[in-house]
Design a binder for this molecule. Sequence first.
Ligand SMILES: [Ca+2]
Length: 125
Amino acid sequence: MALAVVNGPTVIEFVEDQKAFEICVEECFEMLDADGDGVISRNELCAGFCKLMVQPIQDMNNLYDAIFERFDEDKIGSIDRQQFRSLMKEIMFAMARGIGNSPVLMALDSESLLMKAVQHEHAKK
Ligand SMILES: [Ca+2]
């Protein structure tokens, strides 16, 4: 855990920097796809997804249901790279909206998505 100051635009700029965001998506995908078969199953998502978020969400099962309902378009119980990229974008934009435009001090895990956005902003300076 490390303290970092985050605001919504920091997160949005990160998502809109296609190259940087794509690298982040790839890293997260590789991390979650534990058996390396090129898709993320529900079990794989459950095992690693909370690391990417700011804090464990109370009812992760409902979240996973919602994710698979929405992003597993072909209903085969797994998410491929393209679906995962859409999911990541949506999550980042939702977090940006949640934070708003004013800087917020947060304790972030080094692997969390928000920390990646903060590092991205620092790297530009
Ligand atoms: Ca897999």
